[in-house]
Design a protein around this ligand. Sequence first.
Ligand SMILES: [Zn+2]
Length: 135
Amino acid sequence: MNEEQKQRMAAFVQVLRTTDLPQTEGYLNIVEGCGCSWSRKGMCCLGVACEQVPDLPKRTEQAKCTSCGQPFTYMVYGQHAAAGLPEEARKFFGLTEEYPTVIHAGQAERAHRLNDNDRLPFKVIGDAFARAYLR
Ligand SMILES: [Zn+2]
């Protein structure tokens, strides 16, 4: 991670610590929810990261909620259909991992697991990114 990438990481951490964007799990960014609480509108912490990358191509796709069966609309970033960071975003921040490792409660953890499994708020995940990358 070079100095410029570190500045970008610092700006991303600041967004996580201060945003009041709705948070969701399992997708980078659900732009329109299904209507139930399962595939609801919001972003994952890695979706917030994608939104910091200028000119990152994005397009919407639809899927059916596995809980209620209603459609929801999610954002696909770059050439990449998975829920991890696309290559363009990894390069922007100087990250090597599709699912970046952060430090939470003294342990190395995957950021998306703190978001999806532990359902920790963005602010806490921002602190975990800072511990891993802003020393
Ligand atoms: Zn649903």
